[in-house]
Ligand binder design. Structure first.
Ligand SMILES: *Cc1c(COP(=O)(O)O)cnc(C)c1O
Length: 394
């Protein structure tokens, strides 16, 4: 057989890219071990290690690795038994999957605006959106900065709703000392290569409400009670519910476990870089009315992403082009989902203007932030951004 030609990445990466997946060095060793163990389907040795890691470090009552955060969100929609016409409230400023997982089960999505100070959902705008059909509120801890979970849980209790945390950005971040992902009834994480801790593609469901535990295992295993069978709780495994194949191969878990063992090191480095951006770019707020991340007193930063919010779309477009000329790749983020072609066609939006969400869509710019970004590169990026604003305001 002819050997496969694999393109070799250029060793001198001239451009400072937006993201670069970090490898601890242990990933391929663990993958080899997983292969040698002879069980590379789901729920093998490394999946168990990952589950234990999360249960021990964050005191999550029950976790299940999934093939993606998207898959974990789909599981949430099945677990809370979304029926045609049920309403789910969520921010318009989020990733497609937050909404799609519920749309797939027939939910009507009711989009809420973001806060002026952070892209998180504006909790003060939620209550008027609640109707007898509302079943759940899905929140996103944008950039790993917590939503006010106390207020949210109180609202959920008052109206008998489920809270689902899309914690895709939020690993190792906290609300008043409690890990994000441990507070809502259900929570989802992502290990996509753009997140802090990665496995290429990958995700996790956290089940905080005990009543969902058993069914979550079944839905994840194609609607069978295979998990209970492997624990010796039932004599044979059978088709007992709806479900799909949401569990990752143990090869993925082996990769992830290598990352998890280095989480402290990864977080320390990313937070250090985040702080350095914060220090150097803080001046933009008073001088040029540029917004930078805000950490409420109940929240922490986890170094997931650092962003600026420019004063206009034109300013952001010019800044992106300016940085590109300086060989720096800065990228925008979500586009308000209520404005998307798919959602417009459904004609489900009630016409409310979601001014903050649209502002973040037009004006938010994410800066390079990854483990191997050097302080020298970061200082160069900050210097160029300050240059841009000084020249612009001359
Ligand atoms: C990355 C991301 C997802 C999707 O994660 P996958 O693991 O790629 O499915 C969902 N929600 C948010 C907020 C994300 O940032």
């Amino acid at each position: 057989m002819k050997p496969l030609k694999i393109p070799i990445p250029s060793p001198t990466q001239q451009m400072i890219g937006f993201n670069r997946p970090f490898l601890t060095g242990q990933e391929t060793n663990y993958i080899q071990q997983a292969v040698a163990l002879g069980k590379i389907s789901g729920d093998g040795f490394f999946t168990q290690r990952c589950h234990e890691f999360f249960q021990e470090r964050y005191d999550f009552p029950k976790v299940l690795l999934t093939v993606s955060c998207t898959a974990a969100l789909e599981m949430c929609a099945l677990l809370i038994d979304i029926q045609q016409g049920d309403e789910v409230i969520m921010p318009a400023y989020t990733f497609v999957s937050t909404a799609n997982a519920f749309v797939m089960q027939g939910a009507k999505i009711v989009f809420a605006d973001s806060e002026p100070t952070t892209p998180n959902i504006d909790i003060s705008k939620i209550e008027t959106l609640i109707t007898p059909k509302t079943k759940a509120i899905v929140v996103v801890h944008y950039g790993g900065v917590a939503c006010d979970m106390e207020q949210l849980m109180a609202l959920a209790k008052k109206h008998n709703l489920y809270i689902i945390e899309d914690a895709a950005h939020a690993i190792d971040s906290f609300h008043k000392g409690k890990p994000l992902g441990s507070i809502g009834h259900l929570a989802t994480f992502s290990f996509h290569e753009t997140k802090n801790v990665i496995s290429g593609e990958g995700g996790m469901l956290v089940i905080n409400d005990e009543k969902f535990q058993k069914r979550a295992e079944i839905i994840r295993e194609k609607g069978t009670n295979r998990s209970a069978f492997f624990r010796g709780e039932v004599a044979k495994y059978n088709w007992v519910d709806i479900g799909s194949s949401y569990l990752p191969s143990d090869i993925i878990a082996a990769f992830l476990y290598a990352q998890l063992q280095h989480i402290q090191q990864i977080q320390e480095k990313r937070i250090k870089l985040w702080n350095r951006y914060y220090q150097q770019l803080q001046v933009l707020t008073s001088k040029y009315a540029v917004q930078i991340p805000f950490i409420p007193d109940y929240a922490t930063r986890n170094g997931h992403l650092f962003y600026l919010v420019c004063n206009s779309l034109e300013e952001r477009t010019a800044l992106i082009a300016f940085l590109k000329r300086k060989k720096i790749q800065a990228v925008f983020h979500y586009l308000s989902l209520h404005q998307s072609p798919f959602f417009q066609e459904r004609k489900e939006h009630d016409g409310r203007t979601l001014a903050q969400s649209d502002r973040y869509s037009d004006c938010l710019l994410r800066l390079p932030l990854y483990y191997e970004l050097t302080e020298k590169q970061l200082d160069y990026i900050c210097y160029q951004i300050l240059e841009f604003y000084e020249e612009k305001n001359k």
